[in-house]
Design a binder for this molecule. Structure first.
Ligand code: TRP
Length: 385
């Protein structure tokens, strides 16, 4: 069906990056190098690279000299792929990849059909059930869907060659005026009848997500958008019990956003997101809380974004060397030469686990956003890290 990924490219630099000149090959090579960084076996790496290429469907074979296959907002330059690293202290990072199986189809019906097919193909291959998705399918895939996406899929690339799968669905599928109803009904169908009413105030609900495959406690997740958020407000948003701690959430907000301790600054650009995850149906309360900061809108260049990420990692006892190696696996450009390689920083709280830090890394298959000019020194106070 597609090119086989038989081995690691010679190094992370230069012409090896454009070995194929095709979208799928480019992303798969990035993934191979990332697999090496997180110490997945060669067999797992090649299987996952092939899986990514296959899951992209026909756009995998699309030349990178053509424009992006569609206007997907999965990433800023419309690459339908984004990587992320999940860091816990004392162990190497977990590698994940987010992708749009229906990329290239602006028609949401077709895009969604391809996405569902891709997930069911994986379910057949690895023998997992798709119940949570089946239960909400008619809700998120109506006959005349609206909104900015149909289905995205994330794969957690664990050792052994069998990924854990997450499906991201579109709360606006039944129209913008029915978003709350759609999210509430989606949660209810998964047994979380009281969940929606317990969520904190939000400006928008961009994603609804379900875990599929071999999870200890599969989650239903709701993503909330919060415009103009301050550190203090961030600390009030968790609804999980026990609360992860206001100070901890505020501190992460400030470090990721580049704000001095004690200040009252708000995120004035791209909004922060929170994610509330539900695993049990008894209390109606979420069992997890994640704060996502779109760090790329609050730095001049990726060197600065990397500093922020490393500061957060250090705070949680994690060696920043993993991240540096991962960034080198994805791009050979200098970090100061662009902004957006690091898209988001996130702090994840789940019960009975230490906090987890997630760093989202763009593929930049199509475009590198130029860095911002340095601020004049008199304007820099407080704005820079
Ligand atoms: N690119 C989109 C955004 O910035 C969607 C997205 C991709 C996203 N990766 C993400 C959102 C990670 C939150 C966290 O919103």
């Amino acid at each position: 069906m597609s090119a086989a990924f038989s081995g690691f490219p010679p190094d992370g630099h230069g012409e090896s990056r454009t070995q194929t000149g095709l979208l799928g090959g480019f992303a798969a090579e990035q993934l191979l190098r990332l697999c090496e960084v997180v110490e997945l076996s060669h067999a797992d790496a090649t299987a996952y690279a092939q899986l990514l290429n296959d899951a992209l469907g026909p756009v995998a074979e699309r030349s990178l000299t053509l424009p992006p296959p569609s206007r997907s907002f999965l990433s800023d330059d419309h690459t339908p792929v984004e990587f992320s690293l999940a860091f816990l202290p004392g162990t190497g990072p977990g590698l994940r990849v987010l992708l749009e199986p229906g990329a290239g189809n602006d028609d949401l019906v077709e895009n969604g059909r391809i996405g569902l097919d891709a997930i069911r193909t994986m379910a057949d291959r690895w023998g997992f059930a798709t119940d949570p998705l089946d239960r909400v399918e008619d809700l998120f895939f109506p006959t005349s869907p609206e909104g900015p996406l149909a289905l995205w899929c994330a794969l957690e690339l664990r050792p052994g060659g069998v990924p854990r799968v997450k499906a991201y669905l579109n709360p606006a599928a039944n129209g913008r005026d029915r978003i709350a109803e759609t999210v509430g009904e989606g949660l209810a169908r998964l047994g979380h009848r009281r969940a929606f009413d317990g969520l904190p105030p939000a400006d928008a609900y961009p994603f609804f997500s379900v875990d599929l495959g071999d999870w200890e406690a599969p989650r239903a997740k709701v993503y909330l958008t919060h415009h103009g958020m301050s550190a203090t407000e961030a600390g009030t948003l968790p609804r999980m019990s026990p609360h992860p701690g206001r100070e901890r959430v505020e501190e992460f907000f400030r470090t990721a956003g580049g704000f001095p301790a004690g200040g009252a600054e708000r995120l004035s650009g791209r909004p922060a997101l929170t994610c509330h995850s539900f695993t049990e149906t008894a209390t109606g309360l979420p069992s997890g809380f994640t704060l996502h900061i779109p760090v790329r809108d609050y730095v001049r260049h990726d060197g600065q974004a990397r500093e922020r990420a490393v500061a957060v990692l250090r705070r949680y006892g994690i060696d920043g060397g993993w991240l540096d190696r991962a960034l080198t696996a994805v791009t050979s450009r200098r970090l100061a030469d662009g902004v957006g390689l690091i898209a988001y920083l996130a702090l994840v709280h789940e019960p009975h686990r230490p906090p987890r830090v997630t760093v989202y890394v763009s593929s930049e298959a199509y475009q590198v956003r130029p860095p911002l000019q340095a601020l004049p020194s008199h304007e820099r106070a407080g704005a820079a890290l």
